[in-house]
Design a protein around this ligand. Sequence first.
Ligand code: GTP
Ligand code: MG
Length: 253
Amino acid sequence: MIIKTPGRIHTKGASSMQLDLLRREITIKLVYYGPPFSGKTTNLQALESLVAPEIRGPLLSVDTKDDRTILFDLLPVQIEAGRGVQIRLKLYTVPGQVIHRATRALILQGVDGVAFIADSQRTQLQANRASFLDLRANLKERGVDPTSIPMVIQFNKRDLPNIISDEEIDALALKSPEPIHKAIATQGEGVRETLYTLFELTWKKLNMQHQIEERLEIEQNQVLSSIAKILGPFKGEPPKGGLGHASSRASGQ
Ligand SMILES: Nc1nc2c(ncn2[C@@H]2O[C@H](COP(=O)(O)OP(=O)(O)OP(=O)(O)O)[C@@H](O)[C@H]2O)c(=O)[nH]1
Ligand SMILES: [Mg+2]
């Protein structure tokens, strides 16, 4: 961690979290990673329509005519977390196609948390695995321990035929260190839960490292419910401390 000016904290290496104590602003970078066509861009499109336009920028997409991401998508969201604290979330996607590895590595720079968007179709399971390994390798090459990065896995495209079953996902969730959500991103299902859980894990980690709550005199519950509020109502069991609690594994539908 480097302190550049009094009241301003920038982090180096894995995290790009910036904490400006004077302006009471925190900037957090979350990256949607995963194989080609798994629905990373669709997640951000769904979030763009879920979050009120006053608190988000337009979704910036750098893609080809046939909607393949070639650089990234970026959705900035600004959340008022009480006591004058502003949380600036920068939500990025990477391009999934194998040839864009260098771009993915670049976008991972300074990542605070990862949503891994897997494709539920059985034909894509190998692509999911390859992308997961690519993520780990990219992080390691940057000197980042992959297990230190808060991560949530989303099994998307639950509406399609020939997909990995709910029971198989539930079994995976029991042994997975990362929370798993099921989703149909095209219908907005599971999209909120994925982001909420990722935010919760990331916030807790950053707070442990930088004592954000103590420095800004804010309550974790207040922060989490501010995020829940901007995402709108969730399906399923109401979580503790807000919505979509990280320990509720394999939820989402
Ligand atoms: N049936 C179904 N289709 C989906 C779902 N989510 C995304 N898609 C479709 O899958 C295709 C790829 O979605 P994208 O969001 O562009 O995928 P991506 O992961 O951003 O792909 P790259 O940018 O190439 O890595 C699009 O045609 C989406 O409409 C889903 O839940 N169900
Ligand atoms: Mg995309």
